[in-house]
Design a protein around this ligand. Structure first.
Ligand SMILES: Nc1ncnc2c1ncn2[C@@H]1O[C@H](COP(=O)(O)OP(=O)(O)OP(=O)(O)O)[C@@H](O)[C@H]1O
Length: 273
């Protein structure tokens, strides 16, 4: 199925969005964060969300990830309306978010980070009533998971995350978000602090997750990254959606022009998904 498949074609195949947001409105007092935003995300695609400062990107992902509650609008996961009152509820529904300030524990090793908050414990109780961690099971699963994802940058899963490069840390954070049955992974500027080679490692992982059927939302200011990685690009402007395009349908210059309002997009030009 191509990036420009129409809604009618999609309905024919029965393919439906894993996440669908309709009419999201978020007000901060008198300031409009979102003014009726729709977003559709399908399994096995990378949807980039771009926009100038203050366009509403963060507010949008906060609504989708349960960090803030929209004032109006609906969010559906697999066709079921959901109202997340916390990020945990969104996670339980399979929506994981990696924020710029990575939620990794620097002193812990790669395995422990992958299992943070979801540790595997052995049968039988310690004196304290706690069950002992099953390190072997976690290491085995961590290895398997890393190999399934085709991650070649994490050679030693016993290494403390603080000794890894910025790119490797980001790979750990993204891999963790993609584990444990996640359906949707939201990445907020995942390459903002990285060099060229490290950016390449992270974007490769993003594409690999997509190829494994996960749905990824990529928030980024970096146009080359967006055009290299995204299947579709949703352009936010002044709290609304200025258009949805693909790297094939529009150039980077056109995307920037739509972002800044220098160019408007004809509804006919939109990628109808
Ligand atoms: N907690 C808040 N209180 C008041 N206004 C807010 C709050 N969060 C966001 N806003 C406002 O909502 C609008 C959208 O902001 P948002 O942070 O979602 O944009 P953004 O596209 O993520 O911007 P940036 O690229 O600068 O991070 C802006 O006008 C912003 O000032």
């Amino acid at each position: 199925m191509t990036a420009t498949t129409t809604e009618a074609q999609r309905t024919d195949t029965g393919d439906r969005p894993v996440l669908e947001a309709t009419g999201l409105v978020k007000l901060y007092g008198r300031v409009v964060g979102l003014r009726g935003v729709d977003l559709r995300l399908y399994p096995g695609e990378v949807l980039a969300v771009i926009g100038d400062n203050g366009a509403g990107k963060s507010t949008l992902i906060k609504c989708l990830s349960g960090a803030v509650q929209p004032d109006q609008g609906t969010i559906m996961i697999d066709g079921r309306p959901r109202r997340f009152t916390s990020t945990q509820e969104a996670r339980d529904a399979g929506v994981e978010t990696v924020y710029q300030n990575l939620a990794v524990a620097p002193a812990l090793d790669v395995t422990s980070n992958l299992f943070l908050g979801r540790e595997i414990r052995r049968r039988g109780l310690l004196g304290s009533g706690l069950r002992m961690l099953d390190r072997k099971a976690m290491r085995d699963q961590a290895r398997q998971f890393i190999s399934e994802l085709g991650i070649t940058t994490l050679q030693n899963i016993d290494q403390a995350v603080e000794t890894l490069s910025g790119g490797q840390r980001q790979v750990v954070a993204v891999a963790r978000a993609a584990a444990f049955g996640s359906k949707v992974v939201i990445l907020d500027e995942p390459t903002a602090a990285l060099g060229v080679r490290e950016t390449g490692q992270v974007l490769k992982l993003v594409r690999d997750l997509r190829d494994k059927g996960l749905a990824v939302i990529l928030i980024s200011h970096n146009m080359p990254d967006v055009f290299e990685t995204a299947d579709r690009i949703q352009i936010q402007r002044l709290g609304g959606v200025a258009g949805v395009i693909t790297p094939q349908s529009h150039s980077m210059e056109e995307a920037v022009a739509i972002m800044t309002g220098a160019k408007t997009i004809d509804p006919q030009e939109q990628t109808l998904r």
